[in-house]
Design a protein around this ligand. Structure first.
Ligand code: NDP
Ligand code: GDP
Length: 335
């Protein structure tokens, strides 16, 4: 039987790396687009040892013709649109770029699919940030949206474009509304990884303090490795749909931070500094997802607790600090 072909935009990101490994394990031929910016961003693909097994193609979400050519070349049956300017805080500094990549970028892929082969299945990486200023205490697929950042507004455009192309052109286009998910491969600008990296450095005597903004914010945090399986499961469903993927538990940044410090025998209070400059212009105070629809339809549920996730991230960062004491490159210490 001929192997299935999948194309991942954002293959060099956290989820792209885990999804590549998962799809390779399922026997897929995996293609990914890489938007060259002059620096090598493939460290995650190396860490998961998938770099030699995926095929990377130069293309950019802001360049429709590059997407059309990529679809023609790969003949992918499944397209996972994970590429984005994905950091909420940056979206206030670069709102137009965020809208172009994170919002209109999804529409460009949908257009490319419509042009090249409308039978191609499409996954859109939507986000719990779309719920923003929450309208219900627990959020599911029917909860009204209230985005609170240019990132969330852009993702909402992409989400509704996905729904609209499903309804207008009968595309098999699904939207996964994923709550925050983390891993040792998480970008260092996100709070969990910022914390675990700092805890590792403090433990190894390389740093003294950790500066954070609003530690009362609460998130529903899961493990990225569990979440990419849900992406694939949605794509195997007969009908396309929207699905919330979450753990159903919410935890404050303060509590998450405490778990990380306690794990290495340190006291958070001795190192944590609150920096008002890190507060956001508009905050998402709390998120809590209900993923029961995904469970009912295809049996998805999270496997990893927040404690094991944080421990896994701290262990990985301690290992890095011990073995790769390299200076920061573009905000990440992993060239
Ligand atoms: P990352 O930030 O780790 O990865 C983003 C990816 O997008 C990178 O591969 C990046 O490439 C790529 N990219 C950025 N701009 C372009 C462009 N113009 N053209 C092509 N590629 C581009 O994100 P995650 O892996 O954490 O998340 C995956 C997706 O899921 C994102 O869309 C994110 O917004 C969304 N999401 C994530 C959640 C989470 O908690 N992680 C929660 C809900 C949704 P490069 O490496 O070269 O910069
Ligand atoms: P987000 O939910 O996609 O914005 O994921 P982040 O990990 O970037 O932020 C999660 C929450 O942590 C938000 O409410 C932030 O305001 C809060 N937070 C507090 N301090 C920091 C910090 O120093 N960096 C980041 N990234 N977030 C912080």
């Amino acid at each position: 039987m001929q192997e299935k072909r999948a194309l991942i935009t954002g293959i060099t990101g956290q989820d792209g790396a885990y999804l590549s490994r998962f799809l390779l394990g399922k026997g897929y031929k995996v293609y990914g687009i890489i938007a060259r910016r002059g620096t090598d961003t493939r460290w995650r693909l190396r860490e998961l040892s998938v770099i030699d097994h995926v095929q990377l193609i130069d293309a950019d979400l802001i360049d429709l013709s590059s997407l059309v050519r990529t679809l023609e070349k790969t003949q992918a049956e499944e397209v996972y649109n994970l590429a984005a300017q994905s950091f909420v805080a940056t979206s206030w500094d670069q709102p137009l770029l965020t809208a172009d990549v994170t919002g209109v970028g999804a529409l460009r892929i949908l257009e490319a699919i419509r042009i090249v082969n409308p039978k191609t299945r499409f996954y859109q990486a939507s986000t719990s940030e779309m719920f923003g200023k929450i309208q219900r205490p627990v959020q599911n697929e029917n909860t009204p949206f209230y985005p609170r950042s240019p990132y969330a507004v852009s993702k909402l455009f992409a989400h509704w474009s996905t729904v609209n192309y499903r309804e207008s052109f009968n595309l098999h286009a699904s939207s996964g509304i994923l709550f925050n998910h983390e891993s040792p491969l998480r970008g260092i600008e996100f709070v969990t990884r910022k914390v675990t990296d700092a805890v590792a450095r403090i433990r190894c005597g390389l740093q003294q303090e950790l500066r954070l903004g609003n530690i009362d914010a609460k998130r529903d945090w899961g493990f990225a490795g569990d979440y990419v399986e849900a992406m694939w499961q949605m794509m195997q469903e007969h009908e396309p749909d929207n699905y919330v993927i979450a753990t159903g538990k919410t935890t404050s940044v303060r509590e998450m931070c405490d778990i990380a410090f306690k794990y290495v025998g340190l006291k958070m209070e001795d190192h944590l500094v609150i920096d008002p400059n890190l507060y956001r212009p508009a905050e998402v105070d709390i998120l809590l997802g209900d993923a029961s629809k995904a469970y009912k339809r295809f049996g998805w549920k999270p496997k990893t607790s927040l404690e094991s996730l944080v421990h896994m991230m701290v262990d990985a960062d301690i290992n890095r600090v011990k073995h790769e004491p390299q200076p920061a490159i573009n905000g990440t210490r992993h060239p």
